[in-house]
Design a protein around this ligand. Structure first.
Ligand SMILES: Nc1ncnc2c1ncn2[C@@H]1O[C@H](COP(=O)(O)OP(=O)(O)OP(=O)(O)O)[C@@H](O)[C@H]1O
Ligand SMILES: [Mg+2]
Length: 353
């Protein structure tokens, strides 16, 4: 058979930085799975039982987003800014979400975008196409043209090489004004290095887009306050217009901090669909789980979901400390002494005891 004609896997889901991918993300419901009772389970033949277990594995592999206080804070702050910015012709205010890698910045701004889009679509009465939210990421060493093209790519605009920066910028701004976009999420903002010429020019480009598109701009990036985003003449202007929210690992020092972490563990434990696991054991292992993950929500979610998959594979259908011990985590969590991220996380949890 000709290689070109060979059957191929269906294309994966579109990235959330495209209009289709974003729409799919907004429409996505939290994963659901009801456990069959023992009687129904016994009636399944081998093929059906395999298919059922496959569904349970896929369920645990999928991420559940837990509503954390940090997400609440970012959603509330973002929605307030959108309201305040309505009717402002210039100098609209924005929000910068800054923190170490893996502290949930991208997750939080996407939750804000989803929340806003669902509400905006429900309230919309005018007919015609509508695109309340745009979500882009800044590529490394982005030039002003590349940055404008990222917006064009989200919108699915044709971007022939012959188009110059001004053409692309105008097309993007005109279309976003037409589509009623009022929230723009820009992730990986740390890729704009204001100390380089190209970085400074791209920052000017972003500022220009923010002037022309009547929307609230939300930035997210790794430790941006140390990367020069707020320094120099350009930086001071950004600092004057953007509130910042810092994200960090969950601390585990004081009683309220430990309670908050335990509540997070418990929320994840309640999402499990295992036959022999009733919620409780994981919440009791909260201290161990904090030690293993350095208080990083992503590592915690990975650890618990990994252990759930292990428990289905080995047939025990419950998660114990031994199951958790068998799941290998990311380098930062497993090497707390050498990883800068985990060092910061540990510093935040001094007094863990
Ligand atoms: N509220 C949450 N509930 C469940 N999982 C979460 C939550 N927030 C973050 N995570 C998970 O934690 C991991 C890191 O989150 P995210 O990608 O949002 O971090 P980030 O700060 O943007 O990291 P980076 O700076 O590396 O881009 C991801 O696997 C994400 O799915
Ligand atoms: Mg991110």
């Amino acid at each position: 058979m000709n290689a070109a004609a060979a059957p191929t896997d269906p294309p994966g889901p579109a990235p959330h930085t495209t209009r289709e991918g974003w729409a799919a993300f907004v429409a996505q419901q939290p994963p659901r799975l009801d456990l069959l009772d023992a009687e129904r389970l016994a009636e399944l033949d081998q093929a059906d039982r395999d298919a059922y277990d496959e569904r349970r594995l896929a369920y645990h592999a999928r991420l559940v987003v837990v509503a954390t206080p940090m997400i609440d804070q970012i959603v509330t702050a973002g929605r307030r800014l959108v309201l305040l910015n309505r009717g402002q012709d210039t100098a609209r205010r924005g929000l910068v979400v800054t923190g170490a890698s893996g502290t949930g910045k991208s997750t939080a701004i996407k939750q804000l975008g989803k929340h806003h889009e669902l509400l905006a679509r429900r309230r919309r009465t005018a007919p015609g196409p509508f695109l309340p939210v745009v979500h882009v990421t800044v590529p490394p060493a982005a030039t002003p043209k590349v940055l404008a093209a990222e917006f064009g790519r989200f919108l699915g605009l044709p971007l022939p090489r012959s188009l110059n920066q001004v053409n692309i910028t105008n097309a993007v701004c005109d279309l976003l004004c037409e589509l009623g976009t009022d929230l723009v999420l820009v992730d990986e903002i740390h890729n704009l290095d204001l100390t380089t010429r190209v970085g400074a020019e791209s920052s000017d480009q972003l500022k220009y887009l923010a002037e022309r598109i009547p929307a609230t701009f939300i930035y997210a990036g790794i430790d941006v306050e140390h990367g020069g985003l707020f320094t120099g003449t350009r930086g001071r202007q950004i600092a004057g217009r953007f509130a910042s929210v810092a994200t960090a690992a969950f601390p585990y020092g004081s009683r309220p901090q430990r309670d908050q972490w335990t509540a997070l563990v418990s929320a994840l434990e309640h999402t499990l669909r295992l036959y022999a696991h009733t919620p409780g054991p994981l919440a009791r292992l909260a201290g161990y789980l904090h030690q293993r993950t350095g208080g990083m929500i992503g590592s915690l979610s990975h650890l618990i979901r990994g252990a759930a998959i292990e428990a289905i594979f080995d047939g025990t259908e419950r998660i114990t400390r031994a199951t958790l011990d068998r799941v290998i985590l990311d380098h930062a969590a497993e090497h707390p002494r050498t990883s800068p991220r985990a060092k910061r996380a540990n510093a935040a949890s001094v007094g863990t005891g």
